[in-house]
Ligand binder design. Structure first.
Ligand code: SF4
Length: 351
């Protein structure tokens, strides 16, 4: 059957059932295994209802991807923790967990680094190192789930929402991201509802269209950050490839296919995209579209000289959108004291 050891977290239930048959076992063992994996076991020997002979076969054919925790920082208000994990090939990734009133939310990475080169983002500093596998995305959820259960953040599974908004562009790693979405949703496994998952993209149009066709009701967050192409090009390289018009068309398509309201992310950067004129342009662009605008005062980092907008500017910008009938909120800022900006902790650690 398998000629080399593979990460069992990368395997779907159907694949596991097929694997079981090929090693002379009953397919239902696949369900038992995936149940144990969703509990975050580190080893096959912890699977107490699996016979010894099968455990030996599992050890022969598979590994369980585990992440070595290099660092965990906790914010002063104890509501956010940021993790640095070491991968098997010595690459390092970050993820964040936030305690919200509606449950614990993990923001995880989908790539090591990122090729998209957004000017305000620390993750883009060294470009893309490699894609993460679905198993490595699952491993982040399981490691954090285990950790917060030990810390008393709630009964396991205590991760109630997953946000693909850490390092990397998830749609630039489409196949692995899609596999992960299926894995975490698997009812016999982690069983997370698609509606509790948000995927954030800088706007890879063909992939947004493909995702819309997958028939998953996940939430889509589009990083817009400007209401006109010229401004967007100043801060996002992807704006040289796809226009805002393309983004609006793809967003409408996604909404029509899935019925899920789109969130537009808008990082407010001093002197770049935060003028009252730009707020009016944004309102005109989104008028009548069932969407939500998430205003994010820029998370400053030492690798960019861009500054966050001041409080007065943020208030004016918000009120213009509200007056135009746009559904807008300001993102609750969490983990500012623990280098909450994506990619920042990793860079500082590597220094
Ligand atoms: S903001 Fe997102 S898409 Fe842009 S460089 Fe950072 S990780 Fe990549």
């Amino acid at each position: 059957m398998l000629d080399h050891k593979i990460d069992i977290l990368d395997r779907s239930l159907e694949e596991l059932k097929t694997d079981m048959i090929s090693i002379g076992e009953k397919p239902y063992r696949g369900e038992q295994i995936i149940h144990w994996l969703s509990k975050g076991v580190y080893s096959f020997s912890e699977m107490t209802n699996i016979p010894e002979v099968l455990i030996e076969k599992l050890e022969e054919h598979y590994t369980i991807s585990t992440l070595h925790q290099l660092k965990r920082l906790t914010s002063n208000d104890k509501l956010t923790m940021k993790y640095l994990f070491l991968l098997h090939d010595n690459n390092i990734i970050e993820c964040v967990v936030m305690k919200y009133y509606h449950g614990n939310t993990i923001c995880l990475s989908t790539q090591v680094g990122c090729a998209m080169g957004c000017s305000f983002c620390a993750s883009a500093t060294k470009g893309l190192a490699r894609n993460l596998t679905a198993g490595e995305m699952m491993a982040q959820v399981l490691a954090v789930n285990r950790d917060i259960a030990n810390l008393g953040w709630g009964d396991p599974p205590s991760i109630g929402c997953v946000v693909l908004m850490g390092s990397g562009e998830p749609l630039d790693n489409y196949d692995n991201t899609l596999r992960f979405l299926h894995q975490i949703h698997e009812p016999k496994g982690f069983n997370l509802g698609y509606r509790n998952i948000t995927l954030s993209t800088c706007g890879l149009i063909p992939k947004i269209l493909a995702l819309a066709e997958e028939d998953l009701s996940i939430n889509l967050a589009v990083s817009l950050h400007a209401a006109d192409d010229e401004t967007r090009k100043k801060i996002m390289k992807i704006a040289n490839v796809y226009s805002i018009n393309d983004i609006m068309k793809a967003s409408r398509f996604y909404f029509n296919k899935t019925g899920r309201r789109i969130t537009f992310e808008y990082a407010l950067i001093e002197g770049i995209n935060d003028s009252p004129y730009q707020a009016h342009e944004l309102a005109a662009l989104l008028k009548g579209f069932p969407c939500h605008v998430n205003l994010i005062p820029l998370n400053e980092n030492s690798h960019s000289n861009q500054k966050r907008s001041n409080e007065k500017t943020i208030k004016v910008f918000t009120s213009i959108l509200k007056s135009a009938g746009i559904n807008v909120t300001r993102r609750r800022e969490m983990g500012q004291d623990i280098q909450g900006a994506c990619g920042q902790l990793k860079i500082n650690y590597l220094k």
